[in-house]
Unconditional design. Structure first.
Length: 271
């Protein structure tokens, strides 16, 4: 695959600015108002979630911003690892930007972290569609796994909230497994795009973990509420991904991609 190194450096510079400056400013503007609105709503449980989860997401967003900056250096030096560094930074950043909007949206506040999420969505498309031209089917698969990565993390956080409210053993049992599954989907997404030979194994493990933790949550909360449970999307997406990875027609396409050439013919000028 050809690589536009100058374009990669520009995209990574944008990611670094958003990840370092954007995340810091968004956190400073949004953190206290999000806690205050939860307290006003009488939801001490959700205030605790905001108090501890949003700083964690801010931390990884800032770390991603620094990794973006390292990728800028790599692209300018035409290092073979630069694109991989940018992809890792981008995947991490998308988790920060998307989830940090949820508490604000649920209470009618402006989702300040939108200024982090939208630029990172654009940089994702540019990295995969312009800096390197990745197969469109692989881009689609990476979007699906990326969504499952976010949804599994959300299930872990939502389980924590339920745990604060009720302490039921079900939520204790699955809380941490959802987070492990989320990490596994993040690793799968990066490995898929960077053509690691072990990608399929990680995807199968991530899918089974998500089903193990997600299905009991989805069934129990659906029966309890008598309506569709928001715990359901993560295991549903995981099941779809497992089908893609296991059905011969689609599995062969993924395998061909993973075992294709990994060396890049870099474009030195114009990028």
């Amino acid at each position: 695959m050809k690589e536009r190194t100058k374009a990669g450096a520009i995209v990574s510079l944008v990611g670094a600015i958003v990840g370092i400056v954007g995340v810091f400013v968004a956190f400073m503007l949004a953190y206290e108002p999000m806690m205050a609105v939860e307290l006003e709503a009488g939801r001490l449980d959700e205030e605790l979630i905001v108090r501890y989860v949003i700083p964690f997401l801010s931390d990884i967003g800032l770390i991603a911003g620094v990794l973006w900056a390292v990728a800028v250096y790599g692209f300018l030096r035409k290092e073979h690892w630069a694109w991989t560094a940018a992809v890792i930074a981008n995947v991490i950043s998308l988790q920060t930007g998307f989830f940090a909007m949820i508490p604000a949206l649920s209470r009618g506040l402006f989702p300040v972290f939108l200024v982090v999420f939208l630029p990172n969505l654009v940089t994702y498309l540019l990295l995969l569609g312009y800096v390197r031209q990745v197969d469109k089917r692989i881009i689609a698969l990476s979007f699906l796994s990326g969504m499952t990565y976010v949804l599994a993390f959300m299930n872990g956080v939502a389980s924590t909230d339920k745990l604060i409210l009720s302490g039921r053993p079900l939520f204790v049992a699955v809380q941490r497994i959802n987070w492990v599954a989320s990490i596994a989907w993040g690793v799968f997404t990066v490995a898929l795009l960077t053509r690691k030979k072990w990608t399929m194994r990680v995807g199968l493990g991530a899918g089974l973990l998500t089903l193990t933790a997600g299905v009991p949550l989805a069934v129990a909360t659906t029966l309890e509420a008598g309506r569709f449970s928001m715990f359901s999307p993560a295991p549903m997406f995981a099941l779809l991904l497992l089908i893609i990875l296991l059905v011969p027609v689609t599995s062969k396409g993924v395998t061909r991609w993973l075992h294709g050439p990994t060396q890049t013919g870099q474009v030195a000028a114009g990028g």
